[in-house]
Design a protein around this ligand. Sequence first.
Ligand code: TMP
Ligand code: MG
Length: 286
Amino acid sequence: MIRELSNPSVCMRDPQKVQEILESMVKAGSNTVQVISDFDMTLTRFAYNGKRCPTCHNILDNSDLISSECKEKLKELLNTYYPIEIDSSRSIEEKLPLMVEWWTKAHELLVQQEIRKDLLAGVVRTSDAMLREGYEVFFNRLRDHSIPLLIFSAGIGDILEEVIRQAEVFHSNVKVFSNYMDFDESGVLKAFKGELIHIYNKREGALLNTGHFQELRTRPNVLLLGDSLGDLTMADGVQDMENILKIGFLNDKVEERKPSYLDSYDIVLVKDETLEVPNAVLRYLT
Ligand code: TMP
Ligand code: MG
């Protein structure tokens, strides 16, 4: 039905179910569809030419807005907590407090650096941030068909917005839930706003934003894109959901994590740095 679903990167536990969901969504029409996507390592690349690409946090961590001493500390945190994030032998319940610890410590360090708002655009411009191949088609197709895109990220909203603005795809159908920086009157970072979003509390984040999902109540068909098992709860605020098609990028620790990804995501994309499959699904739906 969709040629790209035969790509070598595609794994599905139940292709028949995928087919049924797609048929049901096509029948309902693209004006009943909304897209909810994670950002880091989902809309952005995991690696390019064998080198890891940065997350929102990494973009800032690697910049000259951060002292070398603080860089060391942030790197230590990454080396401690990232292996926990992707450890398939630990449960989400076990990982959750450790992830809160990671985000809390990282944000505390960033706040100590007196980061200036007016320098963020330059930091993003000179960074190695990279959206996945096919991002223009993805964002532009959604805009052209007036399909709302919610980017739901445990990264840093100010950085994320700058990445998509500089890529010229921050269209009016795009809405972002993320951790936003709070600046003082002279434009220096003093805190992060609102409730912290980390990789395992996206459900709570979704439920705090009922207004958004209320506005989209005529769109009960959801295409969800993520790269972590925590991303599966991003659509928990959707009202009267009819169908959901979950596409998961499996970037790292592939063999260990594949069974759990196949259990939770309808389509698993293994080491696929492109948006080819999501784009093919969108082409089919529109
Ligand atoms: P996401 O929800 O957009 O994927 O963002 C979460 C990612 O951010 C997660 O994979 C871990 C990453 N991260 C860092 O790279 N550095 C940090 O300091 C923190 C707190 C998170
Ligand atoms: Mg992610």
